[in-house]
Design a protein around this ligand. Sequence first.
Ligand SMILES: NC(=O)c1ccc[n+]([C@@H]2O[C@H](COP(=O)([O-])OP(=O)(O)OC[C@H]3O[C@@H](n4cnc5c(N)ncnc54)[C@H](O)[C@@H]3O)[C@@H](O)[C@H]2O)c1
Length: 327
Amino acid sequence: MGRIEMILLSRKDILDLDVGIGKIISLVEAGMAEHGRGRVENPPKPGIHATPNSFIHAMPAYFKDLGIGGMKWVAGYPDNREIGLPQIMGTLILNDMKTGAPLCLMDATWITAVRTAAASAVTAIYCARRNSRVLGVVGAGVQGRYNMMALKEVLPSLAVVKVIDVNRGAAESFRRELGERTGVEITVCEDVESVARGSDIIVTATQRLSEPLIRDEWFGKGCLGLGLEIGRAWDGEALHGADKFVTDDWGQAKYFVAQGAFPFGLPSRHLELGRIVTGQEKGREREEERILAINTGLALADVIVANHVYELAKQRGGHQKLTLLEE
Ligand SMILES: NC(=O)c1ccc[n+]([C@@H]2O[C@H](COP(=O)([O-])OP(=O)(O)OC[C@H]3O[C@@H](n4cnc5c(N)ncnc54)[C@H](O)[C@@H]3O)[C@@H](O)[C@H]2O)c1
């Protein structure tokens, strides 16, 4: 019987590899294209729910042509912020697709953060106005921050960011830290209306909400809306009244309806991000179109980024290993 050994990668090991956001965006774009061509097995994520507002999801994906696959096991616990832990935490296992043998176990907290922001950036490449200048961010946490950096990467014309958070301190540190790092002018706003009105792109990245935050009348012509709370932050008129509704996977979006994630239901017409990337469907066609994108988060994005991280880590060597089976 052969020996089975897994590489173990901590968050620090992954960060030391120094994979830039530009590379993550191109990996996620390539992954979405494979999905658009129907070459990825990516079933809707089943979950367990230990508290009323939490989840832990199992997220497998297999790229048929690339021969890579694995699964993320990711938790979302909004109350963790009060005890100094991230809202979103995860681990990911990559497997050898010929034998099924596990190859690598890694932290997936950073991967989740960057691949989600990268999916927003890929959406923006195809669905935002090319000259977008003003970004509104509701929720100055992990996703608010990474979304801003990823959007700036693909839309260098972004020059002004308006931000709000129920925790004023989070919004202030967002302004200080990202203002210095990106050179963008960042203003902390007093209400969501001021963030939303006049923005070319609005990102909502808060938590499981009981009431929507964005009203239809604040969602202006030409705007791209990106809702990360899976349909909870945008009111029914905005969701159903947008000129285009985009999601990363229609099957998973429908699956989430059954879980209560789209309290206003799903629009009857939709576009899929992967099919836009491959040119089978059209993203933005007119300057004044209002496009709302609710990406539900696909395992394929985690797996394609994780595989890149694994290949880099193997080249570098020297990582911890776990022997599962001795020879
Ligand atoms: N779709 C996906 O692929 C995907 C992936 C990761 C995270 N998410 C979702 O993105 C959201 C943000 O995740 P995160 O990791 O950035 O969490 P986080 O805890 O780091 O940040 C959330 C921020 O939102 C703020 N907030 C909460 N309610 C608010 C409100 N009503 N108005 C304004 N601000 C509010 C919090 O104070 C916090 O600063 C969560 O809903 C999470 O489930 C989605």
